[in-house]
Design a protein around this ligand. Structure first.
Ligand code: ARG
Length: 287
């Protein structure tokens, strides 16, 4: 009886040990050969991992962003030259400096950013991006470095016309394609027809030209566009975002890079630098 029990316990122990050794084997192979076993994805997957090392070796940090998003990232003529600036760019500059790398900015449509990251075309994405669950399955995110509320922008002349989500029933509402605002528009302004476009700047034109009647936007971005366009205004309509905030995205399998980025962000948050970058960027939108 006792011997049988001993035998069962030993067998159990062996099983546990086997399971553990398999688990660690898998882990060791994360950025190596085991990646290529997933057919059809080998190209993208082989890019996963090793970003930090690559950046430090090439001394170049390639940032993917969508510069239609003041004060986060936007185009501005400085000394006659078109520059991309904003508080996300200020953060990226600190990161590049910390890594001893030069910052290279690739401006693209917001909807294409995660693909560019997965294909290894960019090292990092900073674009006011919300780490929502579907995205977390595709890429890794740092901690949240900034949070903002959502709002609905309309033409100033329509302020009394559109006061609740109900008032927009049967009207066209614009939002950026692939952004959380597209979901917010569909879910929180029921009965409206949602028009999604790649660029926020084009959405603003559509609103001004009466092709759409409202836009769902992040409030700081809404305010930046309203400052530049007095014919637009923030409506009283309330929309909410419970996924909350912006984080930096990196290709999966880069735990060391995520850790490094989180410590840089911690430092920027705790010293009040992010707030300073935001204020600076808001001032630069206006002048
Ligand atoms: N926070 C929203 C999202 O993650 C919108 C971000 C849009 N960013 C931009 N640079 N256009 O979906």
């Amino acid at each position: 009886m006792l011997r049988r029990r001993c035998l069962t316990i030993s067998l159990l122990l062996i099983c546990v040990l086997l399971v553990f050794s398999f688990a660690s084997c898998n882990k060791a192979g994360t950025d190596g050969t085991s990646q290529n076993q997933t057919t059809g994805q080998s190209e993208t997957q082989s890019q996963a991992g090793g970003t930090l090392k690559r950046v430090q070796e090439t001394k170049k940090l390639v940032l993917g962003t969508s510069a239609d998003y003041p004060p986060y990232e936007f185009h501005k003529l400085i000394d006659g030259k078109d520059k991309i600036i904003g508080f996300d760019i200020a953060i990226a500059e600190v990161i590049a400096q910390e890594l001893g790398a030069e910052l290279e900015i690739r401006d693209m449509d917001f909807g294409g950013l995660l693909m560019a990251l997965q294909e290894g075309k960019v090292d990092i994405v900073i674009a006011g991006m919300t780490p929502k669950p579907e995205r977390m399955e595709q890429v890794d995110f740092t901690k949240i470095y900034y949070t903002a509320a959502q709002g609905v922008v309309i033409r100033a002349e329509d302020k009394d016309k559109y006061k609740t989500a109900d008032d927009l029933k049967g009207h066209k509402v614009g939002a950026q394609m692939g952004a959380i605002q597209e979901d917010i528009a569909k879910e929180q302004i029921p009965g409206s027809e949602v028009k999604a476009l790649a660029k926020v700047s084009d959405l603003v034109l559509e609103l001004k030209n009466k092709k759409v009647d409202a836009l769902v936007m992040e409030k700081p971005v809404a305010n930046a566009y309203i400052d530049a366009n007095p014919d637009l205004a923030l409506s009283e309509i309330e929309v909410v975002d419970d996924t909350g905030g912006s984080a930096i995205a990196i290709a999966k399998g880069n735990e060391d890079f995520v850790e490094k980025l989180n410590s840089i962000l911690d430092n920027l948050i705790n010293t009040g630098k992010i707030d300073q970058f935001v204020t600076d960027a808001i001032n630069q939108v206006g002048d």
